[in-house]
Design a protein around this ligand. Structure first.
Ligand SMILES: [Zn+2]
Length: 151
């Protein structure tokens, strides 16, 4: 980031804050040479994440799809939209942090189940039943028992 006063290429960040709405960040920088301060607006670059599906095909990670899936599980449950949004953001963050540009749908599902387990047990079981596509009632019961035993 070039200093607008002396043209020096080096500056240090003294303050960063996200700009409301959108993925921009406002930074206060101080030039290392002339010590003058200036402000930059930087765009946070988010590299696309590919999801590997069970049949090995790939699609772009879609936040809305995940949000909808979780919302469906939480229907008529005492879970607020805000809590759901937060859960989805945390999952997104976890994927980002894993630094993998390709993640399996199974991994995302596991992350979602982890969140739901803490939010609402009914929603969790609903999500798990869709997600894991329980083959029969026994596997479903096993999952329920596991859940109850963890308490
Ligand atoms: Zn300067």
């Amino acid at each position: 980031m070039k200093c607008p006063f002396c043209g020096c290429e080096d500056s240090k960040v003294v303050d960063s804050r996200p700009v409301e709405e959108g993925n921009r960040i406002r930074r206060r920088r101080e030039c290392i040479t002339c010590l003058k301060r200036f402000t930059t607006y930087e765009i946070i670059e988010s590299a696309p994440i590919m999801v590997i599906k069970k049949d090995n095909s790939r699609e772009l990670f879609n936040r809305d799809k995940l949000l909808n899936g979780i919302m469906r599980s939480c229907e008529k449950r005492p879970v607020s939209l805000n809590e759901i949004e937060n859960a989805v953001s945390e999952i997104e963050q976890q994927i980002e942090n894993s630094l993998n540009r390709e993640v399996t749908s199974t991994y995302i599902g596991e992350l979602a189940m982890d969140k739901l387990k803490n939010l609402d047990e009914v929603a969790y079981v609903r999500f798990a039943s869709v997600y894991r596509q329980f083959k029969d009632i026994n596997t479903f019961m096993d999952e329920l028992k596991k859940l109850l035993n963890e308490k």
